[in-house]
Design a protein around this ligand. Sequence first.
Ligand SMILES: O=P(O)(O)O[C@H]1O[C@H](CO)[C@@H](O)[C@H]1O
Ligand SMILES: O=c1cc[nH]c(=O)[nH]1
Length: 244
Amino acid sequence: MNLQPHIAVSADDIASRVIVCGDPARAARIAGWCENGKQVASNREFQLFNARFNGIDVTICSTGIGAASMLIALEELKQCGVTTIIRVGSAGALQHNIGLGELIIAEGAVRDEGGSLSYLPASYPAVADHALVAALLSAAKQLQSKYYLGLVRSHDSFYTDQETEICEFWHQRGVLAADMETSALLTVGRFRGLQVASILNNVVLFEQEVKEGIGQFKQVNGSMIEGEKRSAMIALQALTSHRS
Ligand SMILES: O=P(O)(O)O[C@H]1O[C@H](CO)[C@@H](O)[C@H]1O
Ligand SMILES: O=c1cc[nH]c(=O)[nH]1
């Protein structure tokens, strides 16, 4: 079969169960936490690895930053016969009680990114697959991990002049955290008939300067790196215990 133009694999090359994440280095780390992790493609921000977890084939695919490139990966993964996608992402908290390295499981998302809006109007909801969320909750309990369950917000622009006001607005409305891809994954994934969900590792405290938080993440802050691994293990457990 033909290679997909961006993710550079064909249907024969990858599994039907996929973990996506923004950071290519995270994709490599997740593959390393599985059995037999090996790279199958490398093109731009799209780094793909095949591996086995709980005796089941999985693929890990990085998608870069933002909804636009994540949606390219989603469409091409769908063309390759993928049925189930869980995002293992990072996020900034919008509530004071969510600590660094603590995990957020998205029930749904505020669609403040342009990618999904180019497919469907804002009135179409961004909702995670119910069974996949149940599998994530069950895996989190099995691994004795604390988690927050609720709404997240996805956006396109990290450094707007209104960032403080925007975060305060969604904080007041009970949204748990912000990332840049979850709402597009939930909206377009559902629209395309995929089972989709998202689990996020908090790397910025609420009301912390975003540059400072992301910088600490880059410096391999212990709790945030531990949160990344725990989020990946929960997602892998959910992905491989879930009936696709
Ligand atoms: O760590 P990832 O998965 O890339 O997720 C978050 O980090 C990036 C911004 O630093 C955005 O992609 C955001 O959604
Ligand atoms: O504050 C943050 C941190 C990570 N990703 C985001 O989109 N926002």
